[in-house]
Design a protein around this ligand. Structure first.
Ligand code: GLC
Length: 484
């Protein structure tokens, strides 16, 4: 079986969030489970891809692409890692930019990318059995496949899977650019038309053979008006081909026992060593050095979706307790300055580190006792899994993947159960209440050490979920099955 993933970001080459983690780890996990499977991933060759990787790349070919009236250069580079082939689409005009997204011509950039992927297949004479696209940026690969290319014999049997990592970002554009930018003929317009504008996520939802979202709970939530962001009707209409599969994380990259980014390595057998990481972090950032003060961390994109208004509402009250709070992330200017000001008010208890830094995030996971993630919506969420792996007990709101992965701490039939603290309604009082429950449990040292070890032992690796993807791919192509 041949599987081609298309994505706008893939670790370790490019990254702005969870999508990159998933694209960096799911293909690898699938290949590890099924070595006979042909797994490839294609993403843009951004100028931010490090030269060390560029040096390992091989140039496959170059050609010209037509996208409406434009003719553009396209170079294809490749690199093989652990048996997975990574392709990179090279075009400096589109991908030599200061950031991955947020440019005025993002629609054109990713239309170009998706058209390049369709050409890659014919140029390399490589036609996958499964084309697995991710989020709106690569939705057009599914749309082009089903509306333009499936009339050609070699593309006809390709099955398309479309993953929704976040329904908030749908790829919406003015209809005026349908032909000019997206090269979509007027007859195909109904496929992408949603409430009078182009909606690429809707188009891929219509065209895909299967739609996947990144947790079972989110697959249900997006059928409701509270979470569907206008696409709930579509999700209900296509529910027969909509599945929820929980993400995993890369257990080699995130491994406190071997991680070189943290000060002291440890496992669930030696959780006391977390204190060495904590005091090192306190020292590095000028917080009072005291291993006994519970450290709470927030590592997140600083956007509304992440429930930061709940934290903002209760932050001063929380910081009146004997705690330390470390916030890492960047995003909305409002939250960046809110947390900076909070730090000014509580210099002895709080640090706001306004940046996106993977190594620093690992140091913070390793140092903290409690990880706070009160998301308003959370398709899957990886941070609660990474936090668990590093023994920072998650405190989360029960939504999407947070609901599926974190079960509340409780005492039943003489036994402690659960792997975190949870609250249901989107409410700052409830958040503070469970946070204080976690802090009270922290004071019962032995109980908390047991909880920490249990949290670290939870299995958030890809093993189960990669298997579920294999089952899904198998169901789409019964004549070519993935087997061990
Ligand atoms: C998006 C979602 C997040 C998910 C990630 C990977 O970033 O917001 O919940 O974990 O994609 O699927």
């Amino acid at each position: 079986m041949k599987i081609l993933y298309t994505a706008s970001e893939v670790l370790p080459f490019s990254s702005s969030g969870g999508l990159a983690d998933v694209m960096g780890s799911l293909p690898q996990a699938l290949k590890r489970l099924y070595p006979d499977c042909d797994v490839r991933v294609v993403s843009p060759l951004y100028s931010s891809v490090k030269s060390g990787y560029r040096e390992q790349m091989k140039k496959e070919c170059e050609f010209k692409i037509r996208l409406s009236w434009r003719e553009q250069y396209c170079g294809i580079y490749s690199l093989v890692s652990n048996g997975v082939t990574y392709y990179f689409i090279d075009n400096e005009y589109y991908f030599k930019r200061g950031s991955l997204y947020g440019n005025y011509d993002d629609g054109e950039r990713f239309a170009y990318f998706c058209m390049a992927v369709m050409h890659l297949m014919s140029e390399l004479d490589y036609y996958p059995d499964i084309l697995h696209a991710n989020d709106w940026q690569t939705a057009l690969t599914v749309i082009y496949l089903k509306t333009k290319y499936s009339m050609y014999e070699k593309y006809r049997d390709i099955k398309a899977v479309f993953s929704i990592h976040n329904i908030l970002f749908q790829g919406q554009f003015d209809f005026a650019i349908l032909g000019d930018v997206f090269d979509i003929a007027p007859g195909i317009a109904p496929v992408v038309d949603y409430n009078g504008c182009i909606n690429l996520m809707k188009g891929a939802t219509v065209c895909a053979d299967s739609i996947v979202t990144v947790s079972e709970r989110y697959a249900e939530e997006i059928k409701t008006s509270e979470y569907g962001h206008g696409l709930e009707g579509m999700m209900r209409l296509y529910s027969c081909k909509l599945y929820g599969i929980l993400n995993g994380i890369d257990y080699d990259y995130y491994n406190p026992l071997t991680d070189k980014a943290i000060v002291k390595n440890y496992s669930y057998r030696s959780t006391a060593r977390k204190k060495i990481n904590k005091t090192a972090l306190q020292k590095e950032y000028g917080l009072p050095v005291n291993a006994d003060i519970p450290m709470i961390s927030v590592i997140s994109r600083l956007t509304d979706q992440k429930g930061l208004d709940l934290i903002a509402e209760k932050a001063d009250e929380l910081l009146s307790d004997n705690v330390q709070l470390v916030v890492l992330g960047c995003g909305d200017v409002y939250y960046e300055s809110f947390f900076k000001q909070l730090e000014e008010r509580h210099r002895d208890k709080m640090r706001a580190l306004i940046t996106y830094d993977k190594d620093l995030s690992k140091k913070i996971y390793a140092s903290s006792d409690i990880f706070l993630m009160p998301s308003k919506t959370e398709p899957c969420g990886l941070s609660q899994m990474i936090a668990s792996r590093y023994g920072a007990v998650p405190v989360v709101r029960e939504t999407g993947g947070l609901y599926d992965s974190i079960k509340p701490y409780r005492y039943v039939d003489g036994k402690h159960m659960g792997n975190g603290f949870t609250f249901a309604s989107y409410n700052a009082h409830d958040m503070l209440y469970v946070l204080r429950e976690a802090l009270a449990t922290y004071q019962t040292k032995q109980e908390y050490a047991e909880l920490t070890a249990r949290v670290m032992k939870c299995d958030f690796s890809w093993n189960t979920s990669a298997q579920k993807y294999a089952d899904l791919y198998n169901s789409l192509t019964p004549e070519r099955r993935i087997t061990k």
